[in-house]
Ligand binder design. Structure first.
Ligand code: AHR
Length: 501
């Protein structure tokens, strides 16, 4: 098969906000306990954080990590995770039916984030709690001193404020599974009052208000419009969440699910702009896709996990090669909306539907999905250019899908242009003509791919290297046209750089 692709600096989509490569750590399963934190592990540092995990997180280049939930946050008392550990309560955690020891809280997590070269995206509980507790948390984290909560922080050993900039106003408040779920009007009013109080404590913070927990919710659309009607001028981002799975074991169809994400984002952009027009507002609402991933492998196993354990192995999806391709397509889709999607969180980061896995008291390793995420995070910074693509297509339940999913990111500072591309064909090479005549003096610099002998190949503790990136010979260039041949079912990263004289 053949496809043609042209990129021009004259057709930018938008600048990538580095927070597009965010991720998520929830108090769920073994994400915290046995994941980022295991004081008895040989690799534990002075605070009990696993150094092997920190090293992998740093490799991924994750600039922001959402915390502490997720569904967990809707019943969370943030004070439980502060101050002397001996005084912290154990609680029955209702979202995931576990026992929460509160050994880790914001006191420790903000330090972990620093060690991971990351920032915290902090979520507040608007389920069982409200604006009062939310503003107190902002005071605890960001106020310099001389008030009840900021002095408590100082007493707990943190003289300097945590200066957390990005905050989520609750989590999936439309979902009946959520503790303290609300109607759009109830949530819109609560979120707006919380937003006002939080920003009065610290006007420099940015706020994410909850959109629907998925585009399949019966209230999708109306929820966004109503919530924004109440909150528009006091918030900065609207959230989107979406998870995908190959439930009917149809790989070609599964690979097309990014079309659903694309449509979801476009619809939410339209709703935001509708509210903007109704309000004659000057402000354009940005989007935070703060939960996205493949999630389905562990669904059945999770039903068999007994309740009320500490850190049971929940949501431990073992990712395949085809999942990595889907993650690649989803990353490309997020980039194609870089003008409006300014933040996104791969949900999640360690052990729980995660690119990084650990054994308790054992090894840490990279799942298949680690690699496309790392590539996008490392090479996908700069200006996104619109792909003018002419590719053969196939029918899928998500619509007609091009065999090639692609986007380009121009890093002006580094004089580098990177093309990300997935060949969705399971059987055929894709002969590409990539027109780069708008990049005079650029030549291929690096070409690497991710593929495997079969679509169900995984990386596990016993076989951690079965799916690994592989360097390919640099593609030929002919009069400014690069001519790579993308292997079947592959994730491709083609880096072009300015030739030095
Ligand atoms: O990421 C797992 C869960 O998915 C989160 O807790 C929740 O927000 C979503 O439904």
């Amino acid at each position: 098969m053949k496809a043609k692709l042209t990129f021009s600096k004259s057709f930018p989509i938008g600048d990538v906000d580095p927070r597009l490569y965010g991720s998520f750590i929830e108090h769920l399963g073994r994400a915290v306990y046995g994941g980022i934190y295991e004081p008895t592990h040989p690799a534990a540092d002075d605070m009990g954080f696993r150094r092997d995990v920190l090293e992998l997180v740093r490799k991924l280049g994750v600039p922001i990590v959402r915390y502490p939930g997720g569904n967990f946050v809707s019943g969370y008392k943030w004070e439980d995770g502060t101050g002397p550990r001996s005084l912290r309560p154990r609680r029955a955690e209702l979202a995931w039916k576990t026992i929460e020891t509160n050994e880790i809280g914001i006191d420790e997590f903000q330090e972990w984030a620093k060690r991971a070269n990351s920032e915290v995206m902090m979520a507040v509980n608007l389920g069982t709690r409200g604006p009062e507790e939310a503003r107190e948390l902002v005071e605890y984290c960001n106020f310099k001193g001389g008030t009840y909560q900021s002095d408590r922080r100082i007493k707990n050993g943190f003289k300097d404020p945590f200066n957390i900039k990005t905050w989520c106003l609750g989590n999936e408040m439309d979902g009946p599974w959520q503790m303290g779920a609300k109607t759009a009007v109830e949530y819109g009013r609560t979120a707006n009052e919380a937003a006002k109080l939080m920003k009065w404590v610290d006007p420099s913070i940015e706020l994410v208000v909850c959109g629907s927990s998925g585009s399949g919710m019966a209230t999708f659309g109306k929820w966004e419009a109503t919530v924004l009607d109440h909150t528009y001028e006091n918030v900065d981002f609207l959230s989107l969440h979406s998870y995908y799975g190959n439930r009917d074991n149809n790989t070609e169809n599964f690979l097309a699910c990014s079309l659903n994400m694309d449509q979801f984002i476009s619809s939410v952009v339209s709703i935001c702009d509708y509210v903007k027009a109704c309000k004659r507002s000057k402000k354009t609402m940005m989007l935070s896709f703060d939960e996205w991933n493949v999630w389905f492998h562990s669904n059945e196993a999770d039903k068999k996990i007994a309740p009320w354990q500490i850190a049971p192995p929940q949501l431990e999806d073992v990712y395949t090669m085809e999942d990595a391709l889907v993650v690649g397509c989803l990353l490309i889709t997020l980039l194609k909306h870089a003008d409006r999607v300014k933040m996104a969180c791969l949900a999640q980061l360690v052990n729980v539907i995660a690119p990084i896995m650990t054994q308790n008291n054992g090894v840490a390793w990279m799942q298949t999905t680690f690699f496309p995420f790392m590539d996008a995070s490392l090479y996908g910074r700069g200006k996104v250019l619109a792909p003018a693509l002419d590719s053969p297509k196939y029918e899928s339940s998500y619509g007609d899908a091009p065999y090639v999913e692609t986007v380009g990111v121009y890093n002006e500072e580094k004089e580098e242009f990177t093309v990300f591309a997935v060949n969705r064909s399971l059987t055929e090479d894709m002969e590409m003509d990539i027109d780069l005549r708008d990049f005079p003096g650029f030549a291929p610099k690096d070409y690497h791919i991710l593929t495997a002998s079969g679509m169900k190949v995984t990386n596990t503790a016993e076989h951690p290297w079965d799916v690994l990136p592989m360097a390919l010979p640099l593609p030929e260039m002919d009069g400014g046209i690069a001519k790579p041949s993308l292997p079947p079912h592959s994730w491709n990263v083609l880096v072009f750089g300015k030739k030095k004289d």
